[in-house]
Design a protein around this ligand. Structure first.
Ligand SMILES: Nc1ncnc2c1ncn2[C@@H]1O[C@H](COP(=O)(O)OP(=O)(O)OP(=O)(O)O)[C@@H](O)[C@H]1O
Length: 295
């Protein structure tokens, strides 16, 4: 087992202590990143060295980098993936129900079973957790707290909805196997995992082994429809008027203007994007009671 450890966290005494402890149960090799781009090289080196299990040790960004490096390899050559969550949000790890303690997560990484899970793809980029678009892509940086609560679904606030009214929607077309939807969207999320933005449960029905992505879109709504929007947030359905929830293997989005999209926390900007699920593409070490696994 080899850790690919984000260098930002390498000096933390608790990380060092957890690794020393884990070494009592079996060999743990560590490679540390210095900057962006190192992960890909370290993953290739691990594969060349015959490593069968890699641990992405860092936040959502590190997990995303390791996932992209693994997906660049032919399917049969990808080592199993485990996660040691060391970020501030750790949205994917939390959604998967990974142990919060470093020693617990490392113990699972060493002893746990890997199961095939899906990976998401957005054009040529991969994501394991979620793509968000529209103002949601900037959720951590610029979104007021009330709006974050609104995006949390259950914990919406009236204030959050009122804020959403003031956002300029993105005019575009979403095409899925259920047909085209031409609409002005305020925010959209495409989830393989369920939560993003630091604990916001945007895709509550997403599962990582169902061969589907959950698409959620909040369409522009007039102030007079506020009550209806609130009702629709509480009752996810494909035929809602303003808050759409779909489960699809792919979805395409076209817009006349570039839309900011955030993939597991990494920003891109594009006018045309095809989201696609890559079923069972990665073997991920998960706790037996992982809430994101379909039985
Ligand atoms: N030694 C290093 N020092 C600083 N930054 C680094 C180092 N090595 C890699 N990085 C950068 O760290 C970023 C990833 O950080 P991290 O894994 O904490 O993600 P995150 O998205 O901030 O996590 P979370 O949202 O879960 O808190 C990448 O952009 C990568 O380029």
């Amino acid at each position: 087992m080899r850790l690919i450890l984000n260098g930002k966290k390498a000096g933390l005494p608790e990380v060092r202590a957890a690794i020393i402890q884990a070494r009592q149960s079996g060999p743990v090799e560590v490679r540390v990143t210095w900057e962006g781009g190192d992960v890909e090289r370290l993953v290739r080196e691990a594969v060349a060295d015959g490593c069968s299990r890699l641990v992405a040790a860092g936040g959502d960004g590190t997990v995303n980098e390791v996932v992209n490096a693994l997906m660049a390899l032919p399917a049969g050559q990808r080592p199993e993936l485990a996660i040691l969550p060391l970020g501030t949000a750790n949205d994917f790890a939390r959604g998967c129900g990974l142990p919060e303690s470093l020693s617990g997560a490392l113990f699972l990484a060493q002893q746990g079973e890997a199961v095939p899970v899906d990976c998401g793809r957005a054009n040529e980029h991969h994501f394991i957790n979620m793509a968000t678009g529209g103002f949601g892509a900037r959720i951590t940086a610029t979104t007021p707290e009330a709006l974050k609560n609104f995006l949390g679904g259950g914990a919406y606030t009236l204030n959050g909805l009122l804020q959403a009214l003031r956002f300029n929607p993105y005019q575009g077309t979403m095409v899925t196997e259920q047909g085209p939807l031409q609409a002005a969207a305020i925010v959209g999320a495409v989830g393989n995992g369920c939560q993003a933005g630091g604990g916001q449960l945007l895709c509550p029905n997403a599962r990582i082994n169902d061969g589907l992505l959950e698409v959620v879109a909040l369409l522009a709504f007039p102030a007079s429809a506020l009550d209806q929007v609130v009702r629709e947030i509480r009752q996810p359905a494909a035929d809602n008027q303003y808050v759409r929830w779909l489960q699809v293997p792919w979805a395409e989005y076209h817009s006349d203007t570039p839309v900011p999209i955030n993939l597991d926390g990494e920003p891109i900007e594009t006018e045309k994007v095809r989201f696609e699920v890559c079923p069972g593409a990665l073997d991920l070490v998960l706790p037996p009671d992982c809430p994101l696994l379909d039985p």
